[in-house]
Write a new protein. Structure first.
Length: 74
């Protein structure tokens, strides 16, 4: 099972405690560009059911912006 694909020119910005993606990660691929991920918490990622348990996979993307915390991996 692959992560949710994120294409070019996207921002994932969590608002307060509501910025949660539960049970699945995201995948940046196919030369995706200009992606910002900020204040998002990934929870309940189980490597048995999700593609290796990665919250964020970058495979062929160009310069995604993953700022320092708060990018939470639980």
């Amino acid at each position: 099972m692959a992560g949710m694909p994120v294409g070019s020119n996207k921002s994932l910005i969590g608002q307060g405690a509501k910025g949660v993606i539960k049970g699945k990660g995201i995948r940046i691929s196919n030369n995706a560009k200009n992606i910002i991920i900020q204040n998002v918490r990934f929870t309940d990622i189980n490597p048995k059911y999700v593609w290796g348990g990665d919250a964020v996979t970058v495979d062929g993307g160009t310069f995604p912006l993953l700022p320092p915390p708060p990018l939470y991996l639980h």
